[in-house]
Design a protein around this ligand. Structure first.
Ligand code: SF4
Length: 355
């Protein structure tokens, strides 16, 4: 096994030298830039992440500029990336470091992980890349590569597997010598060569020692238990409009899309038929002439699928509009004002469709 580990590491080094991805945040060891890239790239494809990384670096070149930014402006800049807690945590951590450490990033994994929004993976990535600390960053790439090369059959969805892979990786990172390069080489190898589906085994530098290749087990490794079924939710959004104004609502903090804006929402247990769509509260409030139309949409989040019915109610009477605004605790905005606020992608897509 010792020999196999050595072979794996020397091949990985050769591969990385030749295939290292040319990414802007790879050219620096500045913890602010590495942290920003790590947070943006969580749950985001590289191509999209790069666009946002460049945009953020241009607008907020350092920790101080990010900590000075206004929360609503940051939310708007983040719009389209999803998982908005990431940007809220970025902001609060930037402010915390600015205040508590006079703008200097903590330099060890143990300190970094205490910061809001920085978990096991990001703390290890930052500590290894910026401070050469031998701390392995364990993600799906690492689970997959090590499972395949070393024939590990542990269920990677089980929480106990993490420490197994961490220990395994710890012995490898020491042999690699450069901790940041070790973690980054696995990120790249997993994204370019040892892909989740159809890994490029034919020209893989590891194929002579790779258990999965030798035993044709690429599709069975890593071992993953089945995912829980997606939670299905049914949202009825009431879109009240009068002339060029529309009624919106700011979302609370405890559900999806926390802090963003949407419309008056009624959540249902199942999809209901069109003619029954208007609820009694709304019916009572629309005392004058109106027109109604419907538009359906669907969106998928990590653990839930949301089926949306937009119920467009066009009002022709300003006092009815104002009564609805007051009684349903909504806010009247024109399009320009609405454009400035951060909204879930599905709402933005809908607004584009109706504009
Ligand atoms: S041989 Fe195939 S499965 Fe093995 S490490 Fe290379 S790409 Fe991955």
């Amino acid at each position: 096994m010792k020999r196999k580990k050595q072979d794996f590491i020397s091949s990985l080094k050769i591969w990385y030298k030749k295939n290292k991805r040319d990414l802007p945040f790879r050219k620096t060891k500045d913890p602010y830039s590495v942290w920003l890239s790590e947070i943006i790239l969580q749950q985001t494809r590289m191509r999209t992440g790069l666009v946002y990384y460049k945009k953020f670096k241009k607008k907020y070149p350092n920790l101080k500029s990010l900590s000075d930014a206004r929360g609503e402006v940051l939310l708007k800049d983040w719009e389209g990336l999803g998982y908005y807690n990431r940007v809220k945590n970025l902001h609060s951590t930037a402010r915390f470091i600015q205040k508590k450490f006079s703008g200097t990033f903590p330099s060890s994994q143990k300190e970094l992980i205490k910061l809001k929004g920085i978990g096991r993976y990001s703390s290890s990535a930052i500590a290894s890349i910026c401070f050469n600390e031998e701390t392995p960053a364990i993600d799906g790439n690492v689970f997959r590569i090590l499972s395949r090369v070393f024939g590990i059959k542990k269920n990677i969805s089980s929480s106990s597997s993490y420490s197994y892979f961490y220990k395994k990786s710890l012995s490898l990172i020491k042999q690699f010598k450069n901790a940041g390069d070790y973690n980054q080489s696995l990120m790249d190898f997993g994204s370019v060569q040892c892909l989740p589906k159809n890994p490029l085994c034919g020209d893989c530098i590891q194929k002579k020692i790779c258990y999965a290749f030798i035993h044709k087990k690429q599709d069975c490794l890593p071992v993953k238990k089945k995912k829980a079924a997606l939670l299905k939710r049914f949202f009825n959004y009431y879109v009240f409009s009068y002339k060029n104004r529309i009624l919106i609502k700011k979302r609370g903090e405890s559900d999806v899309w926390a802090g963003l804006v949407d419309f008056y929402l009624e959540e249902k247990k199942k999809k209901i038929k069109e003619k029954n769509k208007i609820n009694n509260t709304v019916k009572k409030l629309i005392t004058k002439k109106y027109s109604i139309s419907f538009f359906d949409a669907k969106t998928k989040l990590s653990h839930q699928e949301i089926f949306i019915s937009f119920i467009e109610i066009k009002l022709f009477n300003s006092s009815v509009f104002k009564t609805i605004e007051k009684n349903l605790d909504l806010l009247s905005l024109n399009k320009k004002e609405l454009n400035k606020l951060a909204k879930p992608k599905v709402i933005n897509d809908y607004l584009k469709k109706i504009s």
